[in-house]
Design a protein around this ligand. Structure first.
Ligand SMILES: [Zn+2]
Length: 132
């Protein structure tokens, strides 16, 4: 897509700090890092959402490879893999190397309040739709 920032990075119309590239995916450092080593793994072909990528498992395998490479180089304690998707409309997996046992660079909102029966009903609803 012409006006997509990530497509323009792939086409080299925009500069990037590229670290990994293969036939279908690439990874580069985020220029607005949430933590040191914050990277993005993207498909080279434009897809809107992570689950639009047809080879979903392959995509995550690449994310794991990049995550482990970063973890090794930065001696991170662990890697958080995060997908949100509403910041840039091109599928991307955030890789957030963590330097302590505490989650940094990303936070969950306070717990969403639901009764246990509501949660149970929701599980049945989802399970029912998955069996069709
Ligand atoms: Zn794009």
């Amino acid at each position: 897509m012409e006006d997509c920032i990530f497509c323009n990075i792939i086409n080299k119309k925009l500069p990037s700090h590229m670290m990994y590239e293969d036939a279908n995916y690439c990874a580069f450092l985020d220029i607005f890092p949430r933590v040191k080593g914050h990277a993005l793994v993207i498909p080279k072909k434009h897809y809107r959402w992570v689950n639009d990528v047809p080879e979903f498992g392959e995509y995550w395998e690449v994310a794991k490879k990049v995550g482990l490479m970063i973890q090794k180089k930065l001696s991170s304690s662990y890697i958080s893999y995060v997908t949100i998707g509403n910041e840039v409309p091109h599928a991307h997996i955030h890789i957030l190397p963590q330097s302590t046992d505490k989650l940094e660079g990303f936070h969950f909102d306070p717990v969403f309040k639901m009764e246990n029966t509501e949660i149970e009903n929701l599980a049945h609803k989802i399970k029912g739709s998955m069996n069709h």
